[in-house]
Structure formats: C-alpha cells, structure tokens
Design a binder for this molecule. Structure first.
Ligand SMILES: [Zn+2]
Length: 246
C-alpha cells in the first residue's frame, strides 16, 4: 500500500538520521554540539510535518467494503450488487467527507457488509436489501457513521448498538450525519433521509428534531464536546504500527 510504504520510509529515514546525529552530538566541541542540536530540532520539525501530510493522505485512503448477499435469492443478490456499485462510485468521497466533517478516519481498511432483508445495523455491518437506491446510500453512510465513532472509542465501552446506548449513539452521529449527507448530495437529499429515518422509529424522529434545532456551527461545537466526553480520540497517526523505532 502506497501510504504504508511512504510512512515506513519516513520512519526509517528519521530513525537513521536521529540516531546518527544523536551519536555524534554526544561527542565533539561545544559549537559542534550546538550545531547538531539545531540539526536534531530541524529533523524533528520535518518528521512532524511529514506525519501531518501522511495523516491527510491516510484520510483519503479507500475503505474496502465487501458486500455479501445473505442468500442467492435474486432480489438480495441484485441489492448487494447495487450497494457494491454505489460504494465503488461514492466510497472515496464518503470517507473523505467524514474526515472533513468530523476530523475522524476509519480505524480499519476493510470490512464485510451483509445484505439481507432485515433491520440495518452497524456492527456487524448489515444492510437492508429492499431500500431504494437513495436510501441504500443514506443508510450505508448512517451505519458507517456509527463505525467511525466506535473505532475511536475505548474498547471497554462495549458495543454501541446496545439498546440502552441507542439514543445516545444517535444523538452523537446525527450531529455530523446531516452535514455529511448535505455536503455530499445536497440539502434535499439530507432532508429526505431525515424523513425516512424519522418514520422508522419515534426515537430517531425525536433525536433528529432536537439535533436540527442547532445550526451547523452549533452541531459541530456540540460534536466536539460529546466526542471528548466519550473519550473519542481524534485521528492520529502516532499509534505504533511498527516496532524497532529509536
Ligand atoms: Zn443508527
């Protein structure tokens, strides 16, 4: 993967330069030490800016979703194919939009999605077959919104699909879901999906009504507060993926 290779390169190079510079900096005259200390600082600044750039690239990286029909019945198979086409066409844009709106990126590179005739859910990702095309897209984004947040929550928090957590979870995702929909496909699309969801359950309707009393700025501010309250960490590329660093 291009991103991983580049990151490995950056780490490799910075590790080698750091260690080498540090070794020589410990010996030698005072002016030389000063010079080398400055050089170390330059390296550190460069390393950090590279990580920032790589983080931006990472957020644009594709999330692979393998849509699996739950049976070989033609409506289920063709629904899985439609989800697949939608994701091929829109996936990259959707992932990028989530990153732009929330500052969060997915903590996985691939996942399976079961396409069946039943209630959609996020974990494991399961999607109703019989939605029209637009609602397939809207619902897929909704379930991915749960994943996005869950991927950054402490594991001890348990499944976010637990019934007692459902209202809380929707209060959180609705704060960015509307704006993600609207930025990708327009206000009309977003409003229609709010209507579709509001007809599904009273809880959805109530949470949407409360969320949309806030304007966009209000939603974004509240989102950051809730993310912090729930211990959701912003996307960072500082987690150790390799060992053997200096
Ligand atoms: Zn949901």
């Amino acid at each position: 993967m291009a991103w991983r290779a580049r990151r490995a390169g950056v780490e490799e190079l910075s590790a080698v330069s750091f260690c080498a510079t540090l070794r020589v900096a410990r010996s030698g005259s005072e002016p030389l030490k000063m010079y080398r200390a400055r050089r170390l600082l330059d390296l550190l600044v460069w390393y950090q800016s590279e990580l920032v750039e790589l983080g931006k690239e990472r957020s644009h990286e594709m999330l692979e979703i393998r849509f699996r029909p739950d049976s070989d019945e033609p409506p289920i198979v063709s629904a899985a194919a439609e989800y697949r086409r939608l994701w091929e066409a829109e996936g990259e844009k959707i992932v990028r939009q989530f990153a732009t709106t929330t500052g969060l990126t997915f903590d996985v590179h691939a996942m399976d999605a079961r396409v069946f005739e039943g209630t959609s859910q996020s974990d494991p990702l399961s999607l109703r077959a019989s939605y029209d095309k637009e609602t397939k897209l809207g619902t897929l984004i909704h379930e991915l919104a749960h994943h996005l947040v869950q991927g950054h929550t402490a594991r001890s928090a348990g499944s976010l699909d637990r019934p007692d957590r459902q209202r809380e979870n929707h209060e959180l995702i609705d704060l960015f879901l509307f704006d993600v929909w609207a930025d990708l496909y327009g206000q009309t699309f977003a409003r229609r999906q709010v209507d579709v969801e509001s007809r599904r359950r009273p809880m959805y309707r109530e949470v949407w009504a409360a969320t949309l009393t806030l304007d966009r700025v209000g939603r974004a501010a509240r989102l950051q507060v809730l993310l912090r309250t729930r211990g959701v960490e912003p996307s960072r590329e500082h987690r150790r993926e390799r060992t053997g660093s200096p």
